[in-house]
Design a protein around this ligand. Structure first.
Ligand SMILES: Cc1cc2nc3c(=O)[nH]c(=O)nc-3n(C[C@H](O)[C@H](O)[C@H](O)COP(=O)(O)OP(=O)(O)OC[C@H]3O[C@@H](n4cnc5c(N)ncnc54)[C@H](O)[C@@H]3O)c2cc1C
Length: 440
C-alpha cells in the first residue's frame, strides 16, 4: 500500500446524483473529505485516501442512458466501465473513441478525471476531445450541467474545467460523449528502424506530409540482461513502429501508402503482418493481468535479498523539435544515478515520450532514493525545455510536489477556482498539488 494511504472512514456506493448531493451536504457539515473512485486503475494515486474520509465508489452509477446514432453521441452515468460501453455502442455500429490499455477496468469518470489517452487517440482525440457535456456535483452541493454541444460561443467552456481535475472540483455524475462510426477499413502496418532517431524523424516527416495515423507506437526495448533472465522479457532489439489507420477505404489506402513510402526512405523494413495482428489483439493484456493480480496492483515487481528493486514509468510531453536533444540528457542523468533504461517510446503523437526505468536494489544502493532523484531531475529538464511532466496519467499524489514549477501562477488561479466551487476543501484533498484542507 502507498505510504501516504489512510484507511477511509467509509466507502459509499451512491445510486443517483441526488444521493451524491446529500452526501456532499453531510461531508460539508462534518468537514470530511470525499474521494471519487471509478475503477481504481489510476497510476498516480488520484483515488487514494490521504486523509481519513469517505470513498465515493461510483460502481452503481453505470447506466448507459441514451445512445443517439444520428447525432453520434452517448449519455452515460460516470461509473460505467469503458469496455462494456464500447461493446454496447458496437451493437449499433458505433465506436467509442477512447481505448486505453486499461479499458476493462477504467470508468468514464476516471478517464475524465485524468484526461486519459488511448490507442485510437490519433484520430479520435484524447478523452478531453470526446467529452461534449457534463453533470457535476460541486463541493458546494450544487449540480452543474454543461450543454452537450460540439460548439457554442457563449463564454468559456466550463466542461473543460472538470477534465483532468481528478475529482478535486466536484464529482462527475453524467457525461455526454462524442462517438464515431465504425471505420469502413482498419489497416495495420509496421516497421523496424535502424535506430530510434531515424524512426522519430520518419514520424515527423509523416506528420509534415499530412499522414495522420489513428494509432502510432514507436518503441525500443533495452531491458537489462539480469531482468531478461529473471522475468522472461524481450532482448534488446531495434525500434519497432506500429501504425494503425482507420477510415474510409480510399483514405486508409492513401494514408498507409504514404506512411510506407516515408518509412522505407528512412531505412525501415516491414514487420510481418502476424506480428502486427498479435500486437493489436493483445494490446489490453497487460492491464487485464494487472487487474487480476494483486501483486502487480501493489507494485511488488522484484524482490531482492536487500529489498525491493524499483521500476518507474514516465510519460512526458516533449516539444517534438527538442526530443532528440533531450534524450542524451536523460541518458546521462540515468547513468549518474545508476538507473537503467528498459524501454523508450513515443505513443499516438510524436510529443508523447515515455520511459520505463529500473533501479537495482543492492547492499550499497538505495534503489528507491536513486529512482526518486533521477526522475525528479528528468522532470526538471522537461519543464526547462517547455515540456510537461505527464501526458496521460495525471498528477495524483505522485507529482504534486512539481506542480508549482509546472504551472507557475496558473496554480494560484486553479486554487482560487477550487475555492469557489469547493469552499470547504472536501473534494479529494491532497491531489493535483492543490494542498490539503478538509480534515486538517
Ligand atoms: C496497466 C495499466 C495500463 C494503463 N493504461 C492507460 C492508458 O493506456 N491510457 C490511460 O489514459 N490510462 C491508462 N492507465 C491509467 C488508468 O487506467 C486511467 O487513468 C483511467 O482513466 C482511470 O480510470 P478509473 O476509473 O480506474 O479511475 P480511478 O483510478 O478510480 O480514478 C482516477 C482519478 O479520477 C477521479 N475520479 C474517478 N471517478 C470520478 C468521477 N466520477 N468524478 C470525478 N472524479 C473522478 C479519482 O478521484 C482519481 O483522481 C493504465 C493503468 C494501468 C494499471
Amino acid at each position: 500500500m502507498n505510504a501516504l494511504a489512510q484507511r477511509p472512514l467509509a466507502v459509499v456506493r451512491p445510486g443517483s446524483t441526488a444521493e451524491i448531493v446529500r452526501l456532499v451536504a453531510l461531508a460539508q457539515q462534518q468537514r470530511v473529505p470525499l474521494v471519487p473512485y471509478g475503477g481504481g486503475s489510476g497510476l498516480m494515486g488520484g483515488a487514494l485516501s490521504v486523509r481519513p474520509g469517505i470513498v465515493v465508489d461510483m460502481k452503481r452509477m453505470d447506466r448507459v442512458l441514451e445512445v443517439d446514432a444520428q447525432a453520434l453521441t452517448v449519455r452515460v452515468q460516470s461509473g460505467v466501465r469503458l469496455r462494456p460501453l464500447g461493446e454496447k455502442l458496437a451493437e449499433q455500429d458505433l465506436l467509442l473513441g477512447h481505448d486505453p490499455w486499461s479499458i476493462s477496468i477504467a470508468t468514464v469518470g476516471g478517464a475524465i478525471g485524468t484526461n486519459g489517452l488511448g490507442y485510437l487517440g490519433g484520430r479520435y482525440g484524447a478523452m478531453s476531445a470526446q467529452v461534449l457535456g457534463l453533470e457535476v456535483v460541486l463541493g458546494t452541493g450544487e449540480v452543474l450541467r454543461t450543454p452537450p454541444l460540439r460548439k457554442r460561443s457563449t463564454g468559456p467552456d466550463l466542461t473543460r474545467l472538470f477534465i483532468g481535475a481528478e475529482g478535486t472540483l466536484g464529482i462527475v455524475t453524467e457525461a455526454t460523449l462524442q462517438v464515431f462510426p465504425q471505420p469502413q477499413q482498419r489497416t495495420l502496418i509496421g516497421f523496424t528502424f535502424p535506430d530510434f532517431p531515424s524512426g522519430f524523424q520518419a514520424l515527423l516527416e509523416m506528420q509534415r506530409r499530412g499522414v495522420q495515423p489513428t494509432s502510432m507506437d514507436l518503441a525500443a526495448d533495452t531491458w537489462p540482461v539480469d531482468l531478461q533472465d529473471r522475468r522472461d522479457l524481450p532482448a534488446s532489439q531495434p525500434p519497432l513502429l506500429k501504425l494503425v489507420f482507420d477510415g474510409l477505404t480510399h483514405e486508409v489506402e492513401a494514408q498507409s501508402t504514404e506512411a510506407r513510402r516515408i518509412a522505407h526512405a528512412s531505412g525501415a523494413r516491414d514487420l510481418a503482418s502476424a506480428e502486427l495482428e498479435e500486437y493489436w489483439t493483445t494490446r489490453h493484456a497487460i492491464a487485464d493481468r494487472w487487474a487480476q493480480n494483486p501483486e502487480l496492483r501493489e507494485g511488488k515487481w522484484l524482490e531482492t535479498p536487500y529489498g525491493k528493486s524499483q521500476f518507474d514509468f514516465l510519460h512526458m510531453a516533449i516539444p517534438a523539435a527538442r526530443l532528440l536533444d533531450f534524450r542524451p540528457r536523460v541518458f546521462t542523468c540515468l547513468q549518474s544515478h545508476t538507473v537503467s533504461l528498459c524501454e523508450e517510446g513515443v505513443w499516438i503523437w510524436p510529443e508523447c515520450y515515455a520511459l520505463v526505468l529500473y533501479c537495482r536494489q543492492t547492499r550499497d544502493n538505495d534503489a528507491a532514493q536513486s529512482m526518486r532523484l533521477a526522475t525528479d531531475e528528468i522532470y526538471q529538464i522537461v519543464q526547462d525545455i517547455g515540456g510537461s511532466i505527464e501526458y496521460v496519467h495525471g498528477v495524483g499524489v505522485r507529482l504534486g510536489h512539481l506542480m508549482q514549477r509546472e504551472l507557475g501562477n496558473s496554480l494560484a488561479v486553479l486554487r482560487s477556482l477550487k475555492t469557489s466551487v469547493d469552499p470547504d476543501g472536501i473534494m479529494n484533498p491532497g491531489k493535483l498539488g492543490l494542498g490539503m484542507k478538509a480534515g486538517d
